[in-house]
Design a binder for this molecule. Structure first.
Ligand SMILES: Nc1ncnc2c1ncn2[C@@H]1O[C@H](COP(=O)(O)OP(=O)(O)OP(=O)(O)O)[C@@H](O)[C@H]1O
Length: 255
């Protein structure tokens, strides 16, 4: 376990209700600063809800949740966090550069900031490897390219924390590999903390640390190596299944 007090994200008793259901049940965890933490688990286990709580857009959150030393949702965090939702949020009738110019103007407004914004936009386009498509309409891009435009938007403010909700869903293996290389570059070069969700277990192997979730609870919080060693499994997927079986057996014996 990492030192809880040093966590870029720290949760104690984090509980979220959606409608009449409790979808996160008293979670305790910390996310290491400057590392890539994978949030993995089956569809519906609560990954997006946890991310929404971290970025401050989720209602009915109880317990303690600190992000970069401030309570989640604090206004001062807005410029320090980049959030990419599952659906790419880009304007189809604008080019890649126009999309980024627009979001950059929202983040850093004013005529005096024009040159700085141009530089930031060009850097973000380069970061996601879309320089050759900078003047293409977003609506004419492939799904993977559109996801990368969304990621570029999140990178505009040079965030200390990036929260990425299933950024590789629907992408081919080459694009997935390229995006993961990019996440590693961002974490290494900018010392950014990345919380990234996926339900593809092979992506777990690319994370420094993992939070494995099931049914609104955290089954494990560890490195991929430690998880495999602890469960004597060859892959993180096998380790996850082992932990699920263990949790089911515990539940059964408690009945
Ligand atoms: N608006 C809502 N009202 C009530 N319940 C909701 C709402 N949105 C999601 N839920 C429930 O909350 C639970 C967690 O959903 P969440 O989207 O966080 O899961 P997830 O792990 O991100 O799933 P996926 O991998 O499919 O995106 C699910 O059981 C879902 O049915």
């Amino acid at each position: 376990m990492m030192n809880f007090d040093e966590g870029a994200i720290r949760a104690r008793g984090l509980t979220v209700r959606r409608g009449d259901r409790t979808v996160l049940r008293g979670l305790d965890f910390a996310v290491s600063p400057g590392r890539i933490t994978g949030l993995l688990g089956p569809s519906g286990c609560g990954k997006s809800t946890l991310m929404r709580a971290v970025v401050g857009t989720q209602a009915k959150v109880t317990g303690t949740l600190d992000v970069l030393g401030l309570p989640a949702g604090d206004g001062a965090l807005r410029a320090r966090i980049g959030y990419v939702t599952q659906a790419p949020s880009v304007y189809d009738d604008l080019t890649v550069r126009q999309n980024l110019d627009y979001f950059a103007a929202v983040l850093d407004p004013g005529r005096a900031r024009r040159a700085a914004r141009r530089e930031t936009v060009t850097r973000a386009i380069g970061d996601v490897d879309l320089a050759s498509h900078a003047d293409s309409l977003a609506g004419r891009l492939s799904g993977g390219q559109r996801s990368r435009v969304s990621l570029a938007v999140a990178l505009l403010g040079t965030p200390e924390l990036l929260v990425l909700d299933e950024p590789t869903v629907g992408l081919d293996p080459v694009l997935r590999r390229d995006l993961w290389d990019l996440f590693h570059r961002i974490a290494a070069e900018r010392a950014a903390t990345i919380l990234v969700s996926s339900h593809v277990m092979d992506e777990a192997e690319r994370c420094h640390r993992l939070l494995l979730m099931r049914d609104g609870e955290i089954l494990a919080d560890d490195t991929p190596d430690a998880l495999r060693a602890r469960t004597r499994a060859e892959t993180v997927e096998a380790a996850f299944l082992h932990l699920v079986d263990e949790a089911n057996a515990l539940q059964e014996s408690a009945r």
